[in-house]
Ligand binder design. Structure first.
Ligand code: AMP
Ligand code: MG
Length: 412
């Protein structure tokens, strides 16, 4: 009995042990920004100067000496203005203030910025007087030089994923060329005599190869790149030939052919190629017969061929190896809790991943199980935005209880 959590740990530990050096490349954020999104940084990046570089006004308003506003209302004399990108190069003395814009440096002498909204023009005929009716605290609405990052501070570290904030930070500190991990290549192989390429009209008892499409999309969402091997017939020779080819890539993912049927030959052919098997079933539904092995130093996944099983097992297990081969920390499953809309029940003592829909209309997350025809029903899956997760020790859940929900990546 192997729980999906234990299986995830095995995948993580084993892939970490396989990892040698992560191939890297340098990307220029001017020309290859799109390609940099989601990559793993393989260098450290330091602040090239203080951030902010000067004491910066956070609001449009007046730069004042807070001591002047110890008692309010009070009127101060405006001695000039300071726009973003410029400096007001004189000291603000007692009783004086400077009109200042967001992003401008706070002039010497001033120690607070009062928002425009809290000021009034002074008495008529005295255009340079401004009335303040609130006290000001020292430092208010100012971000001091170096308080975000002092010059030389490490701001991005090796292994960090480049999301939009990290890319913006690299750009901010002038690191326009970044060394990142290459995207690992994932070979995709489907199996089955009944499977035809998607652009071929299937015969009456044949089906189009949708798994190689869902897997490719999942590989891309995981930050890797795919290499389509196509489909292997349920024959040892064909499987062997294609697997050998697939093992040229960083990782091999196979769909179908891992159950107990007479023509489920994937494990046996992998075994003949010298694979070491770490598991060949997990206590989940869909996806029970999922296989994880290593072969020639590469992680290999044999995922059951029913389309939803293939998708779920890829999400649960293959994503971990991709994270690690990308030089990043393996990501935790982003489970969250939602209230169950209608009672749910399952008989088999497994962890169930059930197509479901979560909504926030009532203010808190509410999850509804969708009717579906089992693990081949992609039609129902496209109505879902998450999986309701039911654990073996909790297979009867009343309406209104809190349950675990796994977002469906790309849809939630
Ligand atoms: P298997 O795991 O090989 O026993 O296949 C289980 C079910 O999934 C069968 O109904 C197959 O026809 C179907 N299936 C297998 N491979 C694919 C594929 N590449 N695309 C869509 N369905 C598939
Ligand atoms: Mg098959």
């Amino acid at each position: 009995m192997l729980s999906y959590r234990a299986a995830r740990k095995i995948v993580t530990d084993v892939t970490l042990n396989l990892r040698h050096e992560i191939p890297s490349e340098e990307l220029d954020l001017n020309t290859r920004l799109a390609s940099a999104v989601g990559r793993t940084l393989l260098q450290e990046i330091f602040a090239d100067r203080h951030y902010p570089p000067f004491d910066r006004a956070m609001r449009d308003g007046y730069a004042v000496r807070s001591a002047d506003l110890g008692e309010v209302p009070r009127t101060l004399r405006v001695i000039g203005e300071c726009r973003a990108g410029t400096v007001f190069d004189a000291e603000v003395a007692k009783g004086q203030c400077v009109l200042i814009m967001t992003g401008a440096p706070v002039p010497r002498g001033a120690d607070a910025v009062v928002m425009l909204e809290y000021t009034e023009p002074g008495p008529p005929c005295s255009l340079d007087l401004i009335a303040f009716d609130r006290t000001a605290k020292p430092g208010q609405n100012i971000v001091f030089a170096g308080s975000e990052a002092a010059q030389g501070k490490k701001v991005l570290h090796r292994g960090q994923r480049l999301g939009y904030a990290e890319l913006a930070l690299a750009a901010q500190v002038g690191a326009t060329r970044v060394r990142v991990a290459r995207r690992p290549s994932v070979a995709l192989l489907s199996t089955g005599d009944e499977v035809v390429p998607i652009d071929v009209e299937p015969g009456e008892y044949q089906i189009r190869n949708s798994n190689c499409v869902s897997l490719a999309a999942q590989v891309v969402l995981s930050g890797a790149r795919f290499v389509q091997l196509g489909n292997a017939a349920d024959s040892r020779e064909d499987l062997r030939e294609q697997m050998v080819q697939g093992l040229q890539e960083d990782m091999l993912v196979i769909s179908g052919g891992v159950s107990k049927g007479k023509y489920d030959l994937v494990e046996s052919v992998l075994g003949a190629l010298g694979a070491e098997f770490l598991f060949d079933s997990v206590d989940i539904r869909p996806g029970h017969p999922a296989v994880f092995a290593t072969c020639g130093g590469k992680p290999v996944f044999g995922l059951p061929g029913n389309p939803v099983s293939t998708m779920v097992t890829f999400e649960l297990f293959a994503t971990l190896s991709i994270d690690i081969l990308s030089g990043a920390e393996p990501r935790a499953l982003p489970l969250f809790r939602a209230r169950l809309a209608a009672a749910a029940e399952r008989a088999a003592a497994l962890t169930h991943f059930i197509p479901a829909r979560v909504s926030w209309e009532s203010g808190e997350p509410m999850v509804t199980e969708l009717t579906h025809q089992g693990s081949a029903d992609i039609v129902a899956l496209t109505e879902s935005n998450c999986f309701l997760v039911m654990r073996p020790e909790h297979l009867q859940i009343a309406a209104g209880e809190l349950v675990d929900v796994l977002p469906r990546r790309g849809s939630l």
